[in-house]
Ligand binder design. Structure first.
Ligand code: GLU
Ligand code: MG
Length: 444
């Protein structure tokens, strides 16, 4: 049961869910969606309204499609002004009581027009379309998005400065980390790892791979949860691409693996490099070919380009390599069967995860259909390899020229994203790096 089911069915399902949630002491449900600027926006309803909301959705202005990171708005060919209405329809499959916000449950939302037709600017629906396109080729993708964040105290300073990956941080924030782990697990998420990262105050959590849309939902839920646990501990959390100037930033690495319907893992046991099957090589070649344009979706902020620099393990080079943490595409073979996957490292947490995952699948599929050859591997420091765009305007240029993304996103969504990127590029054009970081640090 997704939001694509008929209204009456959604309502019946919501009625049952509401009864269950009431028995669990839930008062209200918060609906989350991620806008084109990469910010998670929410609306909530009391439990008594869940049925109505599942049936008809709750109101949301169409101009949310052209909101910028600072809450100002721009306009696009299809979206302008304060008039009109869209409906946010919760996906009851992901309805989750929030462990760190007692009394609240959460669900991701799709967006519809008032007449019940899908909104062409809905990012979650776009991601779903690319999954369907993959399925038509007899392929299934599993995806996972790593979440990195900085924990800060109320003054805004990193709450811990112990060594990178260090025991100090883990011990000093023992209760906090336990509560993050407990909340995620209680909410049904399969946590794989939780650890201190490199930058001051930085931690990371990774969760098990799932379907691409579900992985994007999970990325939103993980951040929501981390933020809630932080608040309960009197801490602040930031998912911004860069928190401290010059320091390593927050990535939003996207892991992908492909399987054929007959169960064949396309990154394992094949005749190609490191066991890749031809389909996987073509798919990765398609992603590499489109990567500069994809950055406008996966590294969407002016701040993204302050993170995406060499020697930060951010994947600033347009190349691939086995276990190469400086390559934009890191191939991971894993230690047991079924673990092989490709990691897109150049993406960060300012990305709308639905746009990021959908666009990567579209690019990979195009590579597959065209039989693109995968270029030679870059094994070590990519020093002389081609750099990815080094500024937001460069990535926007590539995006604007991408026929592939224009077609995959559809005219409406493509134009809205372009308008937001251009307006943000303009917003930050005259600012220093420090000012860009300052303006984005607490927004994502
Ligand atoms: N924090 C790094 C980034 O900006 C990634 C570190 C890692 O390899 O996990 O993407
Ligand atoms: Mg990391």
């Amino acid at each position: 049961m997704t939001t694509t089911h008929p209204r009456a069915e959604r309502a019946a399902r919501a009625r049952q869910a509401a009864a269950r949630l009431a028995a669990d002491g839930i008062d209200g449900v918060v609906f989350g969606w991620v806008d084109n600027a990469g910010l998670t926006r929410v609306k909530s309803v009391p439990l008594a309204q869940l049925e109505h909301a599942a049936e008809y959705g709750v109101g949301a202005a169409p101009c949310f499609d052209v909101f910028l990171v600072d809450d100002s708005t721009t306009s696009s060919t299809f979206t302008e002004g304060p008039a009109g209405d869209l409906r946010l329809v919760p996906d009851l499959d992901r309805l989750t009581p929030l462990a760190a916000q007692p009394g609240w449950a959460w669900a991701p939302a799709d967006r519809y027009a008032q007449d019940g037709t899908p909104h062409p600017g809905c990012q979650r629906r776009f991601a779903r379309r690319t999954v369907d396109a993959l399925a038509r080729r007899g392929l299934t993708c599993r995806a996972g998005i790593e979440v990195e964040w900085i924990v800060a105290d109320q003054s805004g300073a990193p709450a811990t400065t112990g060594p990178a990956y260090g025991m100090h941080r883990f011990v000093d924030h023992s209760d906090y980390l336990r509560d993050v782990l407990r909340a995620l697990t209680t909410q049904g998420l399969a946590v794989l790892q939780l650890h201190p990262e490199y930058a001051p105050g930085q931690f990371e959590v990774s969760v098990a791979a799932e379907g691409p849309v579900e992985a994007a939902d999970t990325a939103m839920l993980v951040r929501h949860t981390v933020r809630a646990v932080s608040a309960r501990h009197g801490l602040r959390s930031s998912f911004a691409p860069v928190f401290t100037e010059g320091a390593v930033g927050n990535g939003g690495h996207l892991h992908l693996s492909l399987r054929r319907d007959d169960g064949l893992d396309l990154a394992h046991g094949g005749p190609g490099r490191h066991g890749l099957h031809p389909e996987a090589e073509h798919f990765l070649a398609g992603v590499l070919a489109e990567l500069p344009a994809l950055l406008a979706l996966g590294a969407p902020s002016a701040a993204s380009y302050l993170r995406l620099v060499p020697a930060h393990w951010a994947g600033a080079y347009r190349c691939w390599g086995l276990e190469n943490r400086e390559a934009a595409l890191r191939l991971i073979t894993g230690s047991t069967a079924g673990q092989a996957n490709a990691e897109i490292k150049c993406f960060d947490a300012a990305a709308n995860p639905y746009l990021a995952v959908g666009a990567v699948l579209a690019a990979g599929l195009a590579g597959l259909d065209a039989g693109h050859p995968l270029p030679p591997e870059v094994p070590g420091d990519p020093g002389t390899a081609e750099r990815l765009p080094t500024t937001l305007p460069e990535a926007i240029d590539a995006y604007e020229k991408s026929v592939l993304l224009r077609e995959a996103l559809g005219a409406h969504l493509f134009a809205a994203v372009l308008a937001v990127r251009r307006a943000e590029a303009e917003l930050f054009a005259l600012r220093t790096d420090a000012e860009i970081i300052e303006a984005t640090r607490w927004r994502y």
